[in-house]
Design a protein around this ligand. Sequence first.
Ligand code: URA
Length: 210
Amino acid sequence: MSRDVHVIDHPLVQHKLTLMRRKDTSTKSFRELVHELSALLAYEITREMPMHEIEIETPLEKMKSRVIDGKKVVLASILRAGNGFLDGMLQVIPGARVGHIGLYRDPATLKAVEYYFKMPHDMHERDVIVLDPMLATGNSAVAAVDRLKQTKPRSIRFVCLVTCPEGIKTFHDAHPDVPIYTPAVDRGLNEHGYIVPGLGDAGDRIFGTK
Ligand code: URA
């Protein structure tokens, strides 16, 4: 199957990501940048969504014009850092529904354990965009998509800010059919499971908790 990785190389995206990576970027700036960047990412991710024609009437005449197929898109945020993407994405896809997936890592087994899962109805008619800024070990992303697939959505895409070869491999070994959209594929993981050079702990930087 496809194992697609779309690296979003747009200059505005790359410029904003560079500013976010800097360790002296404040919480306020980081949050503003993640907001701006996620709107740009939403634009790229939705580029190939299926469309169909409907008949409308302009002030001058009738015409056929295109709209996105199916029910509204679902933004599925992996708590908590995924929430940082929501406002920017909703600016571009204002009708989207929002689902949440809460996972924690069991310290004994190191496996992802679900503590919260809430999605809209009729998932089989919806396209899901999974939000998690850092695709690092890939374990929580795999668990989130495992769970999402049980709801049988029409399609799933995964979006992050930064990933690395280990995260991509783990994710695509489990879910080769789910394309990854990312502005950056970094060198790798350090011994604590952080992406290097990365940008640190995305949740802490978005919410100012460190
Ligand atoms: N989560 C983060 O927030 N940052 C990393 O580098 C890895 C996981």
